[in-house]
Design a protein. Structure first.
Length: 225
């Protein structure tokens, strides 16, 4: 179960211990429990086992992971003194996108001709069937403007400027409050990337050339081994 995230294993253990996940465990029961990935791997490891055996297997796996839990890595944009240990923002993003095999969740506030940053993600979608979900900021509508036209203008502009590759496309989500004039005002200001449910990169950097290469920006890369 080395490719199953620790969060999922902890959730499985709780479900089995409390009886909310019925046994014997199989792919149908896993889907009913809300899981969608690595079903065959989980069934191979836990299927046909008693509750006590499943809990023992999960306890051993979780204990081993706790011993080798990786340290969060500092990620940086901007000049760095010699001997610095932080990783570069643009390099980290490219590596994350190239290494994706199942899913990518991306949230960003500002995108400015980000096709160079996103090109490795598109290649992973084509080559490995990676599913991508984007959470993007749609500027709040002004009074007297039609909601559908406002949304279409901004989403089509986003794809035109940042996703010129064509299919496959990411699924795009936005804050529906943006379709109502303020106040209250709202914006999606988060910047993060989650890869395969096991790696998370949270940063101050936008998906722009300035954010990736020129500004002073800082972030952290966390891996759930």
């Amino acid at each position: 179960m080395k490719h199953v995230s620790t969060t999922v294993l902890e959730r499985l253990r709780e479900g089995i211990a409390t009886g909310r996940l019925p046994l014997p465990l199989d792919q149908v029961s896993l889907v009913g429990f809300g899981l969608r990935h690595r079903l065959a791997e989980l069934e191979a490891a836990l299927g046909g086992q008693t509750s006590a055996a499943c809990l023992a297997i999960l306890d051993v796996t979780l204990s081993e992971r706790e011993e080798r839990r990786p340290t969060p890595e500092l990620v940086w944009t901007g000049p760095e003194a010699s001997g610095g240990t932080a990783r570069d923002t643009a390099v980290v993003l490219r590596s994350l996108f190239e290494g994706a095999r199942e899913s990518v969740v991306l949230a960003g506030y500002s995108f400015d001709h980000a096709h160079e940053v996103l090109a490795p993600l598109h290649r992973s979608m084509v080559t490995h069937g990676v599913a991508a979900s984007f959470f993007v900021d749609v500027p709040q509508i002004e009074r007297g403007v039609g909601a559908e036209a406002h949304l279409a203008t901004h989403l089509s502009g986003f794809l035109r400027s940042n996703w010129p590759f064509g299919a496959p496309h990411p699924v795009i989500y936005y804050d529906r409050r943006a379709l109502h004039p303020g106040p209250p005002w709202c914006s999606l200001h988060a910047k993060c990337v989650v890869i395969d449910g096991s790696k998370a990169f949270v940063s101050s950097a936008n998906f722009t050339q300035r954010g990736q290469e020129r500004n002073f920006e800082v972030g952290v890369l966390v891996e759930d081994a």
